[in-house]
Design a protein around this ligand. Structure first.
Ligand code: C5P
Length: 401
């Protein structure tokens, strides 16, 4: 499956580095070869000797290594691979990548490459959740960097939460997908998928609007995951907090009406995935002027008009994609409401999630979803939004096969 493929594996400094040894073995088992690069911190956790012996290759460590430079310069090294994999990708390595720094061999290779990069983050929960790390991840996603994991669980430091490096088998799966997509041979190659994402803003007057708390994180992850499987993605997004993924056709909209028009214009498609949190109502009596405070203290009365239901329109329209997937954010009776929603709107699948306050799902990095189809309700364990996206994209590819 990876026959003849060359993986440049950058091993960062973290307790998860020991899993990189297993990763080397699995890549080789799949037919690929590994050129290992150890960061200075990485070499504190695994030795060049063990990595080199397993990989049956020279281990590259220093930026200014005269014999290496004579044999193969770092530019050449970064480009002769089919894919760059960073595992474990520490918070520091991700920060360097996001900032475009090149102060050691690993970061220089990552900046100099013309190949795709897959990172498997691994770090302490707090470091993972830190706004700086999340900001860096947003930047990297927008740059088209691929990600796998992290998983949630017990950490080496005794804390619990997201931050554990993805298991080597999952990383190999992500490598296969990344290489497949790069060769144009991904399971969704030749397919067009329309994704909606983010909230919509509905004007009250020229300066005010109503909106919702959707961050667009799940939609962005889905767009990236579908792209990684080779799909051509039209990504219709409202004003989201999370940047859209790289390598997709981005259409920016504000209102539900604009989103409906953009989706209509993007059809035909093989699949539509409506992850946007579309406002159900817009203001019927939008004021042309900024509303002023009334001297009598009377508050203005807003009148609402129902917005077009884009999911229902697409599901019931004449240019219906073969597969239409809707989302349902609920706070009570998740499965019952989502099942009814699926029937009412006429979509094939509903991805239901509980966004009650306290779940941390709205605006957070994780999601706990139930996939509702004609096969019934399938409860997925709580996992990162990226992982939900990858699994959903894989299911979409299966359904379109
Ligand atoms: O009815 P509800 O808003 O809960 O349905 C959610 C699903 O319907 C999501 O997939 C959302 O993107 C879609 N939707 C839509 N247009 C609307 C309202 C919801 O496409 N006006």
């Amino acid at each position: 499956m990876l026959a003849g493929k060359r993986i440049l594996l950058i091993i960062g400094g973290g307790i998860a580095a020991y899993k990189a040894l297993e990763l080397v073995r699995l890549i080789q088992k799949a037919g690929g070869s590994v050129t290992p690069v150890l960061t200075r911190a990485g070499s504190e956790f695994v030795t060049p000797l063990s990595v080199g012996a397993l990989a049956k290759s020279k281990v590259h460590e220093a930026l200014f290594d005269l014999t290496s430079e004579a044999e193969m310069g770092h530019i050449e090294l970064s480009r002769s691979a089919d894919l760059l994999v960073v595992a474990p990708a520490t918070a520091d390595l991700l920060a360097k990548m996001a900032g475009g720094r090149a102060d050691d061999l690993a970061s220089t290779l990552l900046l100099a490459t013309d190949k795709r990069v897959l990172v498997a983050p691994a770090m302490n929960v707090r470091m993972w959740q830190h706004p700086a790390t999340q900001r860096n991840l947003g930047v990297l996603r927008a740059d088209g960097v691929l990600m796998v994991g992290p998983d949630e669980g017990e950490m080496a430091c005794g804390e619990y939460g997201p931050g554990r490096m993805a298991e080597p088998a999952a990383i190999v799966q992500a490598i296969l997908e990344a290489i497949g997509a790069a060769l144009g041979g991904g399971p969704l190659a030749g397919r067009h998928v329309v994704v909606t994402s983010g909230p919509t803003h509905e004007a009250i007057d020229p300066v005010r609007y109503i909106a919702n708390r959707s961050s667009g994180a799940q939609g962005a992850a889905l767009g990236a995951a579908l792209r990684d499987l080779g799909a051509r993605v039209t990504f219709v997004t409202g004003p989201a907090a999370v940047p859209p993924p790289g390598g997709v056709q981005v259409v920016r909209v504000e209102t539900a009406a604009e989103m409906a028009a953009a989706v209509e214009a993007a059809l035909p498609a093989d699949a539509a995935v409506m992850a946007a949190a579309v406002a159900d109502w817009r203001i019927a009596n939008v004021s042309g002027q900024k509303l002023k405070k009334d001297r009598s203290g009377k508050a203005p009365a807003l009148e609402f008009a129902e917005n077009p239901d884009i999911l229902a329109l697409v599901s019931q329209g004449s240019r219906r994609p073969r597969l239409v997937v809707g989302f349902a954010a609920e706070t009570t009776d998740v499965v019952a409401h989502a099942t009814a929603k699926r029937a009412r709107k006429g979509c094939d699948w509903i991805v239901a999630n509980d966004v009650s306050p306290g779940t941390g799902i709205m605006g957070g990095a994780e999601n706990a979803v139930t996939l509702i189809s004609d096969a019934g309700a399938e409860v997925w364990p709580r996992m990162g939004k990226d992982e939900v996206a990858r699994q959903l994209a894989a299911r979409i590819a299966e359904a379109l096969r």
